[in-house]
Design a protein around this ligand. Structure first.
Ligand code: AMP
Ligand code: ZN
Length: 135
């Protein structure tokens, strides 16, 4: 399969692995957003979080929580951001589920997402659309 993360998982291409068990692997991001940026992936290939079985997501996220705390302590970071992208529109470039662990440092200059003002009417209307889908 032509998937760079599957190739890392089967050690076909090198990476800086920081954790591995039978289900999950974590390795350093090749183009880090901040010092210590790591990726946590399930060994099973699935394109993104929606395509992945709940038990696999659960295993991966629980490991990501542990690894993120370890990274924060090891690198004396001040916190961390955990995120995952689904789809090109969200910025996904590797279509094998992965959780980014981005250590955060005070004054790291990583600006927050741009917030927008809304009206109560707009918020209610959007909430209603979403709730219909959740029924
Ligand atoms: P995303 O844009 O959410 O799909 O994230 C993909 C991430 O994978 C990016 O942060 C890349 O820098 C990272 N990446 C791509 N190729 C490699 C690789 N060979 N080793 C480590 N990280 C990689
Ligand atoms: Zn893969």
């Amino acid at each position: 399969m032509d998937c760079v993360f599957c190739k890392i998982i089967c050690k076909e291409i090198p990476s800086d692995i920081i954790f591995e068990d039978d289900k999950v692997m974590a390795f350093m991001d090749i183009r880090p957003v901040s010092r210590g940026h790591a990726l946590v992936v399930p060994k099973e290939h699935k394109a993104d979080i929606v395509e992945t079985d709940d038990d696999v997501i659960s295993d991966t996220v629980l490991e990501a929580k542990k690894i993120a705390a370890a990274i924060q302590h090891a690198l004396h970071a001040d916190g961390f951001t955990i995120s995952t992208n689904r789809g090109e529109a969200a910025g996904q470039t590797v279509f094998h589920l992965h959780f980014h662990i981005i250590p955060r440092y005070r004054r790291d200059g990583l600006t927050a997402w741009p917030h927008q003002d809304t009206t109560p009417e707009t918020r209610s209307q959007i909430a209603a659309e979403i709730k219909k889908q959740l029924l």
